[in-house]
Design a protein around this ligand. Structure first.
Ligand SMILES: [Zn+2]
Length: 184
């Protein structure tokens, strides 16, 4: 018996989450030199697979100098604290997604006060955008299928790093702590 070694994967396909087939018409993509790199590209419609990411939209909801976190109750981050937020749908803007997710997860209707921070990590197909926000209406009521509780934390009493759900949560909280409103 001969042992078959795993077929080697060409470097242009190795990148995480690269497409093998055209997402528009299903044609098998072929390496094509574009902008100095071999990229999977569709010989039929011209689609080229650049780095494509999912986008997460989060909010820093501040009230009385405190920031709102929700405690997740599912998945690998069960019991960890997260900013309200979630993935952006194709038929909404980043801002709409941030507002929608915050409402779904906390029952607060919020208004955004501008972009606070973005988070990416090389090789990971995710971009997280974090907006500052304030409450317009509603009482805190977390979505029971997503979180066990929600709580406002003062700057000096944030949960420790190992109790935060995601690197982007820590990044957003760091940016919040460092944020100084523009002076009039
Ligand atoms: Zn195509």
């Amino acid at each position: 018996m001969t042992e078959r070694s795993a077929p080697s994967v060409p470097s242009w396909q190795r990148r995480e989450a690269a497409f093998t087939f055209c997402p528009r018409d299903g044609t098998k993509l072929v390496p094509t030199r574009i902008d100095g790199r071999d990229r999977p590209a569709c010989p039929v419609c011209g689609f080229a697979d650049f780095f494509h990411v999912q986008i997460g939209a989060n909010t820093i909801v501040e009230r009385g100098g405190q920031v709102l976190l929700v405690r997740l109750n599912y998945g690998p981050r069960d019991g960890h604290w997260s900013l309200p937020g979630g993935l952006v749908e194709a038929d909404e803007t980043l801002e709409q997604a941030a507002i929608r997710e915050t409402k779904e997860e906390t029952n607060f209707a919020v208004s955004l006060d501008g972009l606070l921070a973005t988070w990416t990590r090389r090789g990971l197909p995710l971009l997280v955008v974090i907006y500052r926000a304030h409450i317009v209406s509603g009482d805190l009521r977390v979505a029971p299928d997503e979180a066990s509780e929600g709580r406002f934390f003062p700057r000096e009493e944030l949960p420790p790093l190992d109790e935060l759900a995601w690197p982007s949560t820590a990044h957003g909280l760091d940016a919040w702590r460092a944020y100084e409103p523009p002076r009039p």
